[in-house]
Design a protein around this ligand. Structure first.
Ligand SMILES: Cc1cc2nc3c(=O)[nH]c(=O)nc-3n(C[C@H](O)[C@H](O)[C@H](O)COP(=O)(O)OP(=O)(O)OC[C@H]3O[C@@H](n4cnc5c(N)ncnc54)[C@H](O)[C@@H]3O)c2cc1C
Length: 386
């Protein structure tokens, strides 16, 4: 039930109830093994939360970005990592906004039920990360379909998905007027693709994120895998970015709250020189500052979500929310590890795991530098820097 304090109190409690079944030790163990949280993702699917943004007519909960943010925030606040589950929440947005009615009717109800997993989203390439439009994976016409060749890197959850959204060039960059033209989005059936023109090579990265390098070598897909109009793909991907930024800002807020709550508890309980370390201003002030910064970031996240859900332009707010939340969470992570001292490095306390997980948000899904460039150019009207 909503309360005067929090309109999402009932939703929060529902997500917390699922998360309580997957305590910190569960995530710690998976992190040590580099294993995927399949049981958690299953439980969240059963509870309906991963279909938060899918309209009711397609079997989802039909909630807004504000509510979906709460779902992802609570996973991280409970000590988990929303990353393995978050793509199932929003990757389908490209299909929902730009797919044909036939594609939506065919796939969205099955994504909502969890019958099929759409958790992979392939954009980044070895030579094209921040500069997305320089990507060179090519999809060439081949009879009534396309043949795809190229490479992608750091593409997460491919082996835990049935389908993947792929951004590829359908017209070489040299032949288009604007560099954002000539890119197209495909809905790729991974079970049919892997071993038949798609090679998936798992990569070991700093966090437990099921990330891969992909090699496309003559992968054939049917024409009906194309989403929307050929050549318009970059704009479709941009359309989804505000939602992603707001949701990931909420994940940062969840991590930030986890860090300040744990640092506060530790500062109260840990005694050094015969008194709690939290009695020292040198220990308590950084925790208080981290708390203030996280609460402020969450207000910007709420404003971005309000605008998104009302159909208002929200690019500036979504970007600012992600930067504020990523910075606040990282500051909270540093404060927590300092408060825990040597224990902050001990895997048993989970601080080092959350610390590693939180660092990612300075880089992915978008580097904070690119957010600053967006605000400088599009909000303040400064000259383009690239
Ligand atoms: C764990 C993990 C999971 C990921 N999952 C996915 C996924 O599922 N799908 C996917 O498509 N991608 C994924 N990525 C990739 C991620 O989105 C990219 O790493 C990110 O966009 C940055 O691109 P890059 O690594 O090529 O950095 P580069 O483009 O090489 O940039 C390097 C640095 O230079 C800075 N820089 C570059 N140009 C400028 C400029 N003009 N002004 C100022 N600074 C600049 C950047 O800010 C960055 O800090 C993942 C990455 C990681 C680490």
């Amino acid at each position: 039930m909503p309360t005067a304090d929090d309109p999402h109190a009932g939703l929060r409690e529902g997500v917390r109830a699922v998360c309580r079944r997957f305590p910190e030790g569960y995530w710690r163990e998976l992190d040590a093994q580099g294993a995927y949280p399949a049981a958690f993702v299953e439980a969240m699917t059963e509870a309906g939360y991963l279909a938060a943004l899918i309209p009711r007519e397609y079997g989802g909960l039909g909630l807004g970005i504000d509510e979906a943010s709460v779902v992802l925030e609570e996973i991280n606040r409970a000590g988990g990592n929303a990353q393995p589950a978050h793509a199932q929440v929003y990757t389908m947005g490209t299909l929902l906004r730009h797919g044909s009615e036939a594609q939506k009717e065919r796939w969205l109800p099955r994504i909502a039920s969890g019958d099929i997993r759409l958790q992979a989203f392939a954009v980044t390439e070895p030579e094209a990360g921040t500069d997305t439009t320089s990507l060179s994976t090519m999809a060439r016409h081949d009879g009534d379909g396309y043949l795809i060749d190229g490479r992608k890197i750091y593409i997460s959850r491919v082996l835990q998905s049935d389908f993947m959204i792929l951004l590829a060039r359908t017209t070489p960059r040299a032949e288009v007027q604007r560099r954002s033209d000539g890119l197209s989005v495909f809905f790729v059936d991974l079970q049919a693709a892997i071993g038949h023109g798609l090679d998936v090579r798992p990569l070991r990265v700093m966090i437990n994120n099921a990330t891969n390098e992909l090699v496309f070598d003559g992968l054939r897909v049917d024409a009906d895998c194309l989403i929307g109009t050929e050549g318009e793909g970059f704009r479709y991907i941009l359309d989804g970015m505000n939602a992603e930024r707001i949701l990931i800002a909420a994940e940062c807020v969840g991590n930030g709250r986890w860090f300040t709550e744990h640092a506060t508890q530790r500062a109260r309980e840990r005694e050094v020189f015969g008194r709690p370390i939290g009695a020292n201003q040198g220990v308590q002030f950084p925790i208080a500052r981290a708390h203030i910064d996280i609460e402020a970031a969450d207000l910007m996240r709420a404003e971005a979500a309000r605008r998104f859900d009302a159909g208002l332009p929200c690019g500036a707010q979504a970007n600012m929310a992600l930067l504020l939340a990523a910075d606040a969470a990282w500051q909270a992570a540093n404060t927590a590890i300092q408060t825990f001292g040597g224990y902050g490095y001990d895997a048993e306390y989970d601080v080092e795991r959350k610390f590693r997980e939180t660092r990612l948000f300075q880089i992915a899904p978008v580097s904070t530098n690119l957010i600053l460039a967006h605000v400088a150019q599009h909000v303040l009207g400064l000259p383009r820097s690239f």
